[in-house]
Design a protein around this ligand. Structure first.
Ligand SMILES: [Zn+2]
Length: 299
């Protein structure tokens, strides 16, 4: 039992809480509404009340937004207004009496994939979380790279087209504006005569696999844009591996094949020939990774 940790993945609507072993298996899990309007202290009390009945050595928390991992404080959070400046690390440590780490949700998810799917073997890894948004995390020399202010790895907001479609961040032509859920839906409305309803990535993948040419074009575009964004990062970091996580990664070859075509067309051959791209089966990487990352820090 001493080898267990708790992972908490806090989204704008729900938070997932899991009890995780050293292999990354989720042994117990709960989901609670985040209720952002009730404030962060209220959230900590509710989450702590759930895990208090469990036995564990450390807690990891993943939050969408900017996080100061040292103090466990939120710097900015687009979907949790009023939660900034609050130290989740302090609050959870006080109520639970164990080591608590706090990090960006994409960072923890990528760490989970790195430990579980890649077994920590490659040293330099570019991780991408594909979901409503496009997040990223960088593993450099076997360690999570946070950068000077904790925001390293924001691959979703690399600019691919200066006058491209509008992104949630307010700028234009970001990778997320093509490969995030809203971007994929926009492409579907543009390319398909009768887009599926509800317009989910899963329905679009099914349509493409069933031979719908418009849906295929959607995925060709998403994959090519993803490949373009990754190519920039691969040129910069020359990673051993690229790890694609999240719902959209489930589209598999529909996304990976066009991305690989972009790689094959690159003039600098070696980094693209060497890099191994994998899209492991989807799971709660945020919960798993937060728990596993907290193991790294505990004494
Ligand atoms: Zn953006």
């Amino acid at each position: 039992m001493s080898e267990l940790s708790v992972g908490i993945d806090v989204g704008g609507t729900y938070a997932k809480i899991g009890l995780v072993n050293e292999k990354g298996d989720v042994l117990r899990s709960e989901q609670i509404p985040t209720d952002p309007s009730k404030g962060p202290a209220h959230f900590v009390r509710r989450a702590a009340a759930i895990v208090q009945a469990w036995k564990f050595k450390s807690v990891g928390l993943g939050l969408a937004g900017g996080v100061d991992a040292k103090t466990g404080t939120l710097l900015f959070v687009p979907n949790l207004k009023g939660w900034t400046g609050f130290s989740f690390k302090k609050a959870f440590e006080k109520s639970l009496g164990v080591t608590v780490i706090v990090d960006n949700d994409a960072n923890v998810a990528v760490w989970g994939g790195y430990v579980v799917a890649l077994k920590k073997k490659p040293r330099t890894v570019v991780g991408v979380t594909l979901g409503t948004g496009v997040g990223g995390g960088l593993i450099i020399d076997g360690r999570l790279h946070r950068g000077a202010t904790g925001s390293a790895g924001e691959i979703g907001h690399l600019t691919l087209e200066l006058d491209g479609p509008r992104c949630h961040c307010g700028r234009r032509g970001c990778l997320e504006a093509y490969a995030g859920t809203a971007g994929i839906q926009r492409l579907a409305r543009e390319f398909m005569r009768r887009p599926p309803s509800p317009l989910t990535p899963k329905a679009l993948a099914d349509a493409a696999l069933a031979g719908d040419r418009g849906a295929r074009r959607v995925w060709d575009t998403v994959g090519a844009r993803l490949g373009q964004g990754l190519a920039n990062v691969i040129l910069l970091l020359n990673p051993d591996a690229v790890l694609l996580l999240g719902g959209v990664a489930r589209a598999g070859g529909l996304v990976l094949d066009p991305a690989r075509r972009v790689f094959a067309a690159q003039p600098f051959r070696e980094p693209f020939e060497k890099v191994r791209v994998s899209a492991p089966a989807d799971r709660d990487w945020g919960v798993v990774g937060a728990a596993l990352l907290s193991r790294e820090r505990r004494g």
